[in-house]
Design a protein around this ligand. Structure first.
Ligand code: NAD
Length: 259
């Protein structure tokens, strides 16, 4: 019988015993760094359902006005100044101990790398806002150089190579995922002995399927999220607290610092 709410201390022993931890993160881990999520109570879409259009590839390609708004939103994106929080730091600690097999993130903000996780461990299934891509020729370049063009007056800067539409190198709704990246993430999930899902509503597929995939392959599953998720019922432990407070306790960061 699976206990749904073992103590944080018991889960910490699971972390100590584990050799291949896989962490899946969503927008919730970055809210304490000042980057709002989409679907939480303070989420961008919860407050303004129209904002979803800015994240939909069909509107983006069809409507220059949506692209202009998107570039203005990118100029003001909190990712440029956001600092990683205690939740991000706890995952860096797992890597420092040699226990982090993979860090699968739906986030596009780059805060895991900024916190200190190595790029090789981070699997960004929805891309990154730190790069731009041309939707016609596939050219990629750094976001900041393109934002400089927007600041200089180009409201919808075209690709410098082919004149095509530029966009952040993120996966918008309606856009295909990169199969190799998803395969890598699902493979890593199946290799986990402990799988920790943090700050995600687990409503976005196929990556939400990493949770049952890890469970079916024999991993212990821990879910930490402020709200219920569709997979709480199959998890070995479910915590509903604030990530910046609970994740360091699960990882035992305080213990490590004091020894
Ligand atoms: P989501 O918005 O669907 O869910 C986030 C969940 O985190 C919510 O259930 C919310 O209650 C919870 N949460 C928020 N703050 C929390 C906290 N401090 N402690 C505990 N729980 C907290 O996010 P998602 O499942 O990641 O999916 C949204 C999609 O939007 C993703 O695909 C992602 O690419 C994108 N997105 C990314 C960012 C980012 O990079 N930071 C921000 C917004 C959206």
């Amino acid at each position: 019988m699976i206990s749904l709410e073992p103590s944080i201390a018991s889960v910490r022993t699971w972390v100590e015993d584990a050799k291949h931890i896989v962490v899946l993160t969503g927008a919730g881990i970055s809210t304490e760094s000042g980057i709002p999520d989409f679907r939480g109570p303070q989420g961008v879409w919860t407050k303004d359902p129209q904002a979803e259009k800015l994240s939909n590839i069909h509107y983006y390609v069809a409507d220059p006005e949506i692209r202009k708004k998107s570039w203005q939103a990118r100029l003001a994106h909190p990712a440029w100044t956001a600092r990683p929080n205690a939740g991000h730091a706890a995952i860096v600690e797992l890597e420092r101990r040699g226990k982090l097999h993979a860090l699968i993130t739906q986030n596009i903000d780059g805060l895991h790398q900024k916190a200190g996780n190595s790029s090789e461990r981070v699997i960004e299934v929805h891309g990154t806002v730190h790069d731009v891509v041309c939707l016609s020729c596939g050219w990629k370049g750094p976001m900041q150089a393109t934002l400089d063009r927007v600041r200089s007056g180009e409201s919808d800067p075209p690709c410098g190579r082919c004149g095509g539409i530029l966009k952040s190198d993120t996966i918008s709704f309606g856009q295909a995922l990169v199969p190799g990246v998803i395969d890598r993430a699902m493979q890593a999930a199946a290799e986990a002995d402990l799988f920790i899902s943090v700050g995600t509503s687990l409503q976005v597929y196929p990556i939400a399927g990493a949770v049952p995939a890890a469970k079916n392959a024999g991993a212990r599953v821990v879910i930490l999220n402020a709200e219920a998720t569709p997979f709480d019922g199959i998890a070995h432990a479910v915590f509903r607290g604030a990530i910046g407070e609970v994740l360091p306790r699960i990882v035992g960061v305080a213990t490590v610092v004091s020894t």
